[in-house]
Design a binder for this molecule. Sequence first.
Ligand code: SAM
Ligand code: SF4
Length: 311
Amino acid sequence: MRDSYGRTIDYLRVSVTDRCNLRCIYCMPESGIPHIDHSAILRLEEIQCLVELIHEALTLRKIRITGGEPLVRRGIVSLVKGISPLAETVMTTNGILFPENAADLRAAGLSRVNISVDSLKDEVIRKVTRRDVTLNMIEKAIEAAKENSLDPIKLNCVVLKGVNFGELSDMIRWAEDMGTTMRFIEHMPMTGSVCSYVPRDEILREISAGMGQAEQIATEGTADMYVTDSGIKFGIIAPVAGGMCANCTRLRLTAEGELLPCLAGGESLNLRDMLRSGSSESEIISAVRDLVAKKPHHGACGGVSMWRIGG
Ligand code: SAM
Ligand code: SF4
């Protein structure tokens, strides 16, 4: 379905849990997230039902399973099996639990995976995730994705001054060696965040200083894709610097069943309450269509809780 800005809204990101096995400094407070009552979180059958209705309303092209960490949600493989016949089904994960789940996810119909990696140095990865995570664990996740043909694999890195800013060129080369593509994400400010924001232009300057002038070659969804002098591709996702809204085809369903047309705020729809209060399928479908028709176009994204919304 097209919205009032002529964008075809056909990409649904589903946060299946607000829980996570890591505590990344740019995403969650060290103490974890505020406790949400279990009953407020959608059951797997409810997620399945709402995704089917949203698909009926919009005709989805792609569904991304995210979180929190999607692989900490019990029953995730059967959810993937249930929704993958509807549209291309992909996942964003921190990779920790991925190797033991990769084959089952593939068999359930998952087609691709994005894996988060914020440094090549174990001590920096530990500092960012606030957990005992190593590069080797992330490399095992990448290998598992390759072995199960879950590719192309995209790697997501949130750029943080004083943390990983000096490693960007090395990460691009390492990702190429691993047979994957590195994508750098501008840090989006959150309440109480301990990280400073590095704008797209500064990220590009740093990479050009390390690898020579990079040339923009394409836009893939919300990522601007570049190629280095030596022919290696990488991406930059710049929600804060702006320019993403014109190509934004996304809707987000939170673990609590709220349908959000935009990260920067505005109107949303509580589908959990509609479902639990007995709204009919046609009422839900038409409410989704009404919301999508009003999807905003701000120019840039604002402060959010990523573990809630799913990035
Ligand atoms: N746990 C999974 C992971 O980390 O890949 C999926 C959920 S995570 C919220 C989805 C994406 O959001 C990750 O790539 C993460 O790096 C990104 N993210 C989290 N907090 C962010 C922030 N404050 N600014 C920009 N990206 C952020
Ligand atoms: Fe967890 Fe992903 Fe947030 Fe890190 S970015 S705390 S892995 S949800």
